[in-house]
Design a protein around this ligand. Structure first.
Ligand SMILES: [Zn+2]
Length: 432
């Protein structure tokens, strides 16, 4: 902290003109902050305290200060000059708190003073907003007051932050730092040591020095939590209590910012205007996550969708068709005569094919077949044994050599039918 009342950082004339007030008004205000009685009459400000209430305060217990009018130029007997009266008062302030303690008059001091302002900003469908922690911190600003050079009936204020930098006009205006009320010492965590460190080197020795006022601003840091059903989401804030406004909720699913929240059927809390109905089930889902069914053209809940392993089409699971040969659920578009494209277009292989050879070893009945087809598609391996009169198809997941489906086709134009597992040993020629 190294502020000075006479450095190159001084406010411009325009700025200081904006932060003037009468000496009488300022001293009266300071007297009020520490409980000194005052009475203004004929340009003289009478300041007085009860020494029994303030045994630590030194004599004199009473001063008469020339603050305005003709008294300024021709002080009556037993009256002191404005700067002297200000020093008498400052001495008491210094003994009492170390600085004049004030807060912006319009500043919310506690959480409940702004929590409703936060909550009212949100519309939470079937839920509520509440605070999920809120920490208030005090940030001191300094108002250094000097007697005006041009008018001894006036004082000029200059404003600094705790690091000694001039406070911008916009910050002054936004935080109402120049519109203040006394701060009860019980209501602040600013202790004597902290105050001393903040006002250190604040040019207290300047011959126009009147007082240092600590303007205690407050910041609020926390989060608003939205609860709908079992789910919750939150949005955080960190701002001055004076300027704090409700932060918009950022929808994680869509990236949009909103004050209108609602839950979709999977429980997620999202921006309400991003929600649409599933055209199949009527469920509330995110519009951006709805998928158009390749068969029906409906925009539906992604949880109802299956991707055809062969065509890649996305379609309602209820619209998939099952291949009679391999049992795979596929888009109806890839079926022909009840059989999927992968099953219809299997390339021919012979008995020496590694997979075929292994299957024949395990299932001796396959050795009677002369022709084979085999291929992998859509996550399944299919092997067909072709005889004069019938065909057998074994299907297994890619990477496995244990068939999960066995189908049979009898006759030249017969249809594929699944073989119940109880009949596998008979068809494949092995004993259980
Ligand atoms: Zn198939």
């Amino acid at each position: 902290m190294n502020v000075s009342t006479s450095t190159a950082n001084d406010p411009t004339p325009a700025e200081s003109a904006a932060h003037r007030e009468s000496l009488a008004a300022f001293l009266t205000f300071v007297a009020d902050t520490i409980g000194v009685a005052h009475h203004l009459e004929g340009g003289l400000l009478n300041l007085e305290f009860d020494h029994r209430q303030h045994p630590a305060w030194p004599k004199p217990y009473h001063v008469k200060v020339a603050v305005a009018g003709s008294a300024l130029h021709d002080p009556p007997r037993r009256a002191v000059a404005g700067i002297e009266g200000a020093r008498w008062l400052w001495n008491l302030v210094d003994i009492e708190h170390g600085a004049v303690l004030v807060r912006p008059a319009r500043q919310p001091e506690s959480v409940h003073e702004f929590s409703n302002r936060l909550f009212d900003a949100y519309q939470v469908e079937d839920g509520q907003a509440q605070l999920a922690g809120c920490r208030l911190t005090e940030v001191p600003f300094l108002q250094v007051t000097q007697l005006s050079v041009t008018n001894p009936a006036q004082v000029e204020h200059a404003y600094y932050d705790a690091s000694g930098e001039h406070v911008s006009e916009s910050t002054l205006a936004n935080l109402h730092l120049a519109d203040v009320v006394p701060l009860d010492v019980q209501a602040t965590s600013m202790g004597r040591k902290r105050i001393a460190s903040v006002i250190e080197n604040a040019a207290l020795e300047d011959d126009r020095f009147i007082a240092v006022t600590l303007v205690v601003a407050k910041r609020a840091e926390g989060a608003v939590q939205f609860g709908i059903g079992e789910q919750c989401a939150r949005t955080s804030f960190d701002d001055w209590t004076t300027t704090l406004v409700a932060p918009p909720f950022r929808c994680a699913a869509t990236g949009s910012e909103t004050f209108h929240l609602a839950a979709i059927d999977d429980g997620r809390i999202v921006a309400a205007d991003a929600i649409e109905r599933c055209e199949e089930s009527g469920a509330r889902v995110l519009d951006c996550e709805r998928i158009t069914c390749a068969v029906t053209g409906k925009k539906v809940d992604p949880r109802l969708i299956t991707t055809c392993p062969q065509s890649g089409d996305k379609l309602l699971t209820s619209e998939t068709a099952t291949c009679a040969a391999c049992g795979q659920a596929v888009s109806p578009k890839v079926l022909g005569g009840g059989v999927c494209e992968a099953c219809r277009r299997l390339p021919s292989v012979d008995q020496s094919n590694t997979l075929v050879a292994r299957l024949i070893e395990r299932y001796p009945a396959l050795g009677r077949y002369r022709k084979f087809q085999a291929g992998e598609a859509g996550g399944l391996v299919r092997v067909v044994a072709i005889g004069w009169w019938r065909r057998l198809q074994l299907t297994m997941p890619t990477g496995s050599d244990s068939p999960t489906q066995l189908a049979i086709r009898q006759g030249l134009v017969g249809r594929w039918e699944q073989v119940p597992t109880s009949e596998w040993s008979m068809q494949l020629g092995y004993s259980n």
